[in-house]
Ligand binder design. Structure first.
Ligand code: SF4
Length: 370
């Protein structure tokens, strides 16, 4: 018996009991649907058959739920959690859902709303430090803010690989602006779509990650053949090599390919020893046996968000919350932000290093030149 099979099979059994296509009916949107492909929302409303999920994906969801509960327990223990899983209905968008909880801000003595998310390292790193996480998180939070606790909202995102936490704060004014600009029009468009008898146009191509992760991928692309690359055709100007040279070249190709693999393995193990030396020292170059290897820094920048926020006018801050972080630079160009603020807020940190082999004779010729 393999325990992992027991676990995956149990999850699949539980999932199949949770939702079957037949009899599945809904009449409201979920705040978490904000930003989804409207064709996917249409299929869900119509109870279209979903693609089966594998046990591993279901376990990933369960781990996400567990992380979520751990964070809430810690906030409870810290005695700041004032509400848990609050059900809300927003009549303006016909959305219904639960937000994760309310917390008491000791500085303002006001209730704030929190939404907890967990994600993998890759997505976590891609999240912008300045922008309020992803549009989809913001949209969800904004619906809750519009209909529930009408005060500051917070998104906490936990990196499932490293347990790092990023947090974003969204003032009510920015939330309302985002609601009017994006959230309400999105759900209005969904409301129109679900009244129709045919699904709306596909918003993505089969290769896009949205389709890769969509539960209705099979249904959506049913009957649409996958484009195939044309067959190989002989080139008009190609000359076929003779049997003898062909046989010799095939053998050479196979031998060199195998050697390359061996060399790569050898290089990897030599490199790891050299890196161990660098890791144990503060040196930037290693000269040994007449060879010089340098280490080249890889850096990343970090922003002091609190510092930037403290220097911005409320208008510029509210505007930036709706922008892509890269537009921060545009605000500098537009003279809305003093470039010194950005320079001061930017910290450079070491993100690792790579090795560079100094060309033989280079060091000597540099010496001669000086
Ligand atoms: S498969 Fe892609 S296009 Fe089709 S509903 Fe899902 S996300 Fe939309």
């Amino acid at each position: 018996m393999k325990l992992k099979d027991v676990i995956y099979n149990q999850l699949l059994k539980e999932e199949s009991g949770r939702r079957s296509g037949k009899g599945y009916k809904r009449d409201k949107f979920y705040p978490s649907e904000f930003g989804k492909c409207k064709r996917e929302v249409y299929y869900d409303f119509k109870g279209a058959p979903k693609d089966a999920q594998d046990g591993r994906t279901l376990l990933t969801f369960r781990i996400g739920d567990a992380v979520h509960n751990i964070i809430k327990t810690i906030l409870y223990n810290a005695k700041i959690m004032t509400a848990d899983e609050v059900k809300v209905f927003d009549a303006d968008t016909n959305t219904s859902g639960r937000f994760d909880g309310g917390v008491l801000n000791s500085a303002t003595s006001k209730q704030e709303l929190i939404e907890i998310k967990s994600t993998n390292h890759f997505s976590f790193e891609a999240m912008d430090e300045i922008e309020l996480a992803d549009d989809k998180y913001r949209g969800q939070l904004v619906v809750y803010m519009h209909s529930g606790v009408r005060n500051v909202g917070n998104v906490l995102v936990i990196n499932k690989n490293t347990s790092e936490i990023k947090e974003w704060e969204l003032p009510l004014e920015s939330a309302e602006a985002f609601y009017a600009e994006k959230v309400k029009p999105y759900f209005d468009a969904c409301a129109k779509v679900i009244k129709k008898r045919t699904p709306p146009v596909r918003e993505y191509t089969r290769e896009d990650w949205q389709c890769q992760y969509c539960s209705f991928r099979t249904k959506c692309w049913e009957g649409v053949p996958l484009p195939e690359a044309p067959k190989f055709e002989p080139k008009a100007d190609a000359v076929k090599p003779g049997e003898e040279i062909l046989a010799a070249s095939v053998v050479t190709y196979a031998r060199l390919k195998a050697q390359i693999k061996d060399l790569e393995n050898e290089l990897e193990s030599a490199e790891s020893v050299v890196k161990q030396w660098f890791d144990a020292t503060a040196e930037e170059a290693l000269t040994n046996s007449g060879v010089t290897i340098k280490r080249v820094k890889r850096t990343e920048s970090e922003w002091d968000i609190d510092f930037i926020k403290s220097k911005l006018t409320p208008e510029v801050y509210a505007k930036l919350l709706r922008f892509d972080a890269k537009l921060l630079q545009a605000e500098v160009k537009a003279k809305a932000i003093d470039p010194v603020i950005l320079e001061t807020a930017k910290k450079i940190k070491l993100a690792g290093y790579s090795l560079k082999l100094e060309k033989p004779g280079k060091a000597a010729s540099e010496k001669e030149a000086t």
